[in-house]
Design a protein around this ligand. Structure first.
Ligand SMILES: Nc1ncnc2c1ncn2[C@@H]1O[C@H](COP(=O)(O)OP(=O)(O)OP(=O)(O)O)[C@@H](O)[C@H]1O
Ligand SMILES: [Mg+2]
Length: 370
């Protein structure tokens, strides 16, 4: 059956809280075994999508197909579908009892025998690297441990669909990395269909087969990570995925797929060259990721298609990277390693050359923005 490849199908989903429409015409199909990341700013509607897929919430309109069958409004079939899904909430809540009891409770509700439960709970605690913690009071766990217990509690029920809401939010980087590794193992070994909501773009990029960008209740783009991060469809998506340089331009020439774009706001005659089919006259944004811009001393002979001389306007370092703002008559933001920032002696007022390739420029039409 062709439907068997799609585990979850959502069509024309709209949801309102009171008079506020928080999801607008969302359509999405998630394949069996796929790991899908829903990314978007706070309040975009990510949790609401997960709650609707978990059948906790009934959408105002739209249809959900679960494993080839439409989800009914109520009744036994809906309950049976719910049992095939597990939802890990952003802030997991535990019963005031042991880790073992918290992980076992779902199996108890299902009427499993205690010896079966014991085997399953112990093996799942091993997977999440919490063997030996079964007797601990679940309410005394650290954030990372709690998230792993939540994962164990969900996985012990062997769900076909696992929903994860911000699985690593509020965790320190080491605990977060551990959770990410577990998620990756589960996806690899069990082929569980996973849908995760995350603010963290790099997490989406790293873990998911496909990414969906949700902005103000609309699913504005879906695709693999490269497509979403390198070729965002709109200015909003570009901004959200870290294309920090979004420059208003107008295409003044196009020769053999190399477009010349004049910068709209700024001094005359500054041009950006981009690999693009957009024709002369189009109003566009030229988008460049800050990590695709290199900085060099003004004496440097550049071979890049785009080379602008400017003055360092700001340097902000965090960890191994420095974010450098260069005033080239228009602002350009470059991300360079701290080592090269030190080598260049980057400081405010220093003249530099900012280079980037024509292939690093992604062009978005301004008219298709919203
Ligand atoms: N039960 C509710 N009643 C009324 N409004 C709600 C309810 N739940 C969510 N909302 C509103 O719906 C919108 C979407 O919320 P949702 O929690 O789905 O966003 P989100 O993308 O998960 O955000 P975050 O990244 O902060 O978790 C928000 O504006 C929120 O205030
Ligand atoms: Mg949320």
């Amino acid at each position: 059956m062709s439907q068997s490849s799609s585990m979850i199908g959502i069509t024309g989903l709209t949801h309102s809280y009171g008079t506020r429409e928080v999801l607008k015409d969302v359509s999405l199909s998630i394949a069996r075994g796929e790991v899908f990341a829903l990314i978007g700013p706070t309040g975009a509607g990510k949790t609401t999508v997960l709650r609707i897929i978990d059948l906790l919430e009934t959408p105002t309109s739209g249809e959900i197909i679960f494993d080839g069958r439409p989800v009914p409004q109520s009744g036994r079939q809906r309950l049976e579908m719910r049992r095939r899904i597990s939802f890990i909430h952003q802030k997991p809540q535990f019963f005031d009892s042991s880790v073992y009891d918290n992980v076992a409770c779902g199996l108890r509700w299902r009427g499993e025998k205690e010896d079966v439960i014991s085997n399953k709970v112990r093996s799942i605690l091993e997977i999440v690297e919490l063997n030996g913690c079964d007797g601990r009071d679940a309410r005394t766990l650290s954030g990372g441990e709690a998230q792993r217990v939540a994962l164990a509690r969900a996985l012990v029920l062997e769900p076909e669909v696992l929903l994860l809401d911000e699985p690593t939010a509020n965790l320190d980087p080491v605990s977060g990395a551990k959770i990410e590794r577990l998620i990756q193992n589960i996806a690899g070994q069990h082929r569980t269909t996973m849908i995760m909501a995350t603010h963290d773009m790099s997490q989406g990029q790293q873990l998911a087969d496909r990414i969906g960008v949700l902005i103000e209740g609309r699913l504005v783009q879906t695709g693999d990570a490269t497509c979403v991060f390198r070729s965002p469809r709109s200015e909003e998506v570009a901004g959200f995925v870290g294309m920090e340089n979004i420059i208003e331009c107008i295409i003044v020439a196009n020769k053999d797929g190399i477009a010349t774009a004049a910068i709209a706001r700024g001094p005359e005659a500054l041009m950006i060259e981009a690999v693009s089919d957009h024709p002369k006259g189009k109003e566009v944004y030229a988008c460049i990721r800050p990590e695709d811009i290199t900085l060099a001393p003004v004496t440097h002979q550049s071979s890049a298609r785009n080379s602008f001389q400017g003055m360092v306007a700001n340097v902000a370092s965090s960890g191994p990277l420095s974010r450098v703002e260069v005033d080239c008559g228009f602002p350009l933001i470059a991300l360079v390693t701290r080592v090269s920032a030190d080598e260049l002696g980057l400081e405010m007022g220093l003249p530099v050359v900012a280079d980037f390739k024509a292939t690093a420029v992604h062009i978005i039409e301004r008219s298709t923005d919203r």
